[in-house]
Design a binder for this molecule. Structure first.
Ligand code: TXA
Ligand code: MG
Length: 350
């Protein structure tokens, strides 16, 4: 395994590895992906093995430009109206954190899509990632570069810590800009549907193509699990037990009540204002850590700090995490979706 900063040399090396059936971890604007040649079933099988990922969970196919879309998708199956919507989305939101579920091209092996007749495709908004795909001359299938069910990596170091030697090469491009995975949008059914909220807010999609259906953000619907198998309830989980709470409930939360004082407790506040309110009524002790996602409550900053903060807490031997839900708009939906999936109180703490 090699660990190299992104450069024209390391990208060339990465492309050679992928062309030869190997695995390369690389940064995108959302999270780090673990990439393999999307047309090579053996390489794809390795991804599942390394991640310990169930074979029923399909991968996202990354392409470098719209021109190559037809190599991965069979657009002729889509109705004219849907094709129009697809091109509106592609023109305005690609490159970007939006994966669109399309009828798959028959050349994409079944293992990439978990036997489904559809494939989720996106163009990442990251120069290094697109350059890597271009140099491979193929499409790159890449799930997030973490073991199945654990936190998504927002730094190359996270990949190194969790997958270690299992990738052939890890390309280091620093911390990822968005910090949450892409939105997964299914346009193959009668009703266009968000299967996973993510880096592209629903509002940005609806502005272009009108109302879309939403997956239940608590992730409790079995229906969602079947539509998008990766939408399992307990996903993206930190090591410590996490409880997601509303703003009111987290302010009221008294760690003083804990009977075992040796427990280390962490609080994650969405904004500094809530953190200050909490501190005004509760004691900070050495067993309490308070993290604030964005001092001024900026959604983008909070989203980009979310997985990073959970990774930091993973290294701190925390017993319990209380985290505040974000306001339910824009990227807040994606943050709340991940919080609900990571939490032990899947009733949203109310
Ligand atoms: O931002 C991202 O999407 C990152 C970067 C690396 O691009 N990738 C990522 O991949 O998050 P992964 O494998 O961790 O999540 C892919 C999600 C899963 O929830 C999976 O079920 C869903 O996309 N998905 C993939 N193909 C699908 C399909 N054909 N139909 C429905 N859902 C699909
Ligand atoms: Mg993932």
């Amino acid at each position: 395994m090699e660990f190299l900063p992104i450069s024209s040399e390391s990208l060339k090396k990465g492309a050679e590895i992928i062309k030869n059936g190997g695995l390369v971890a690389f940064p995108t604007e959302t999270v780090y992906g673990l990439g393999a040649d999307a047309f090579n079933p053996r390489a794809l099988a390795k991804i599942f093995e390394v991640k310990n990922r169930p074979y029923f969970d399909p991968l996202i196919i990354h392409i470098a430009s719209v021109e190559t879309l037809e190599k991965t998708a069979n657009l002729s199956i889509l109705g004219k109206d849907t094709q129009k919507k697809l091109f509106l989305l592609a023109e305005n939101l690609w490159p970007g954190p939006l994966s669109i579920v399309l009828p798959k091209n028959e050349k994409i092996p079944g293992i990439a899509t978990a036997g489904m007749r559809t494939a989720a495709v996106r163009i990442p908004d990251h120069d290094g990632a697109r350059e890597l795909i271009l140099l491979c001359g193929t499409a790159v299938a890449a799930p997030s570069a973490n073991p199945f069910g654990s936190l998504s990596p927002t730094r190359a170091q996270h990949v190194l810590n969790s997958l270690g030697e299992k990738a052939d090469l890890i390309l280091d491009g620093g911390v990822t800009r968005i910090g949450l995975e892409s939105t997964v949008l299914d346009i193959t059914g009668g009703q266009i549907k968000i299967l996973r909220p993510g880096g592209t807010p629903k509002e940005a999609i609806e502005k272009l193509i009108g109302p879309v259906q939403e997956a239940d953000s608590s992730g409790r619907e079995v229906k969602c699990e079947l539509n998008s198998p990766g939408m399992l309830k307990s996903h993206y989980a930190p090591k410590a037990a996490l409880y997601a709470l509303s703003r009111e409930d987290i302010i009221k939360k008294r760690h003083e009540e804990e009977t075992d004082t040796s427990l280390k407790i962490a609080y994650i506040f969405f904004d500094g204002h809530t953190g200050d309110e909490w501190k005004a009524v509760h004691k900070m002790t050495e067993n309490v850590i308070a993290k604030i996602l964005s001092q001024t409550g900026q959604m983008r900053e909070a989203a980009s700090r979310f997985f990073d903060t959970l990774h930091e807490l993973d290294n701190e031997n925390i017993s319990r995490i209380y985290a505040q839900f974000a306001p339910d708009r824009g990227l807040g939906e994606a943050i709340n979706d991940r919080l609900a999936r990571a939490s032990n109180n899947q009733d949203r703490g109310k």
